[in-house]
Design a protein. Structure first.
Length: 119
């Protein structure tokens, strides 16, 4: 973020997953994303596998990650979906194509790829 290499998040679905980060570190990263102004631009958030995302040293700091996400996104109007089938440490993972048009139907709980990418 904050560089010319950062993607443009306007009307995009944000997919993210993590390995080995503490809840406090996830909170910091998500708040950085929010403070950068990008959170207000996304159309949905899809959260993948959060492998070993606990604080082993300071166990009292293991805030539920769902609480962190809900607090962070309070006041925003986009769907948030937890899909544990993509990311690191997943043996039978989903692969999502980059650059396709897609939508999330919250009434039917479906993720739909609506158009192939233009190559």
């Amino acid at each position: 973020m904050g560089t010319n290499y950062a993607p443009i998040y306007n009307k995009k679905i944000l997919f993210w997953e993590e390995v080995g980060e503490s809840p406090a570190s996830l909170d910091q990263k998500l708040n950085q994303f929010k403070l950068s102004g990008n959170l207000k631009n996304i159309s949905a958030m899809v959260i993948g596998n959060l492998s070993e995302c606990i604080d082993k040293k300071y166990k009292e700091d293991n805030r539920p990650i769902n609480d962190i996400i809900l607090e962070l996104t309070k006041g925003y109007d986009f769907p948030i979906i937890k899909v544990p089938y993509f990311g690191h440490d997943v043996s039978n993972f989903y692969a999502f194509p980059i650059g396709v048009n897609s939508e999330i139907d919250t009434k039917t709980n479906e993720f739909i790829i609506t158009e192939s990418p233009v190559l």
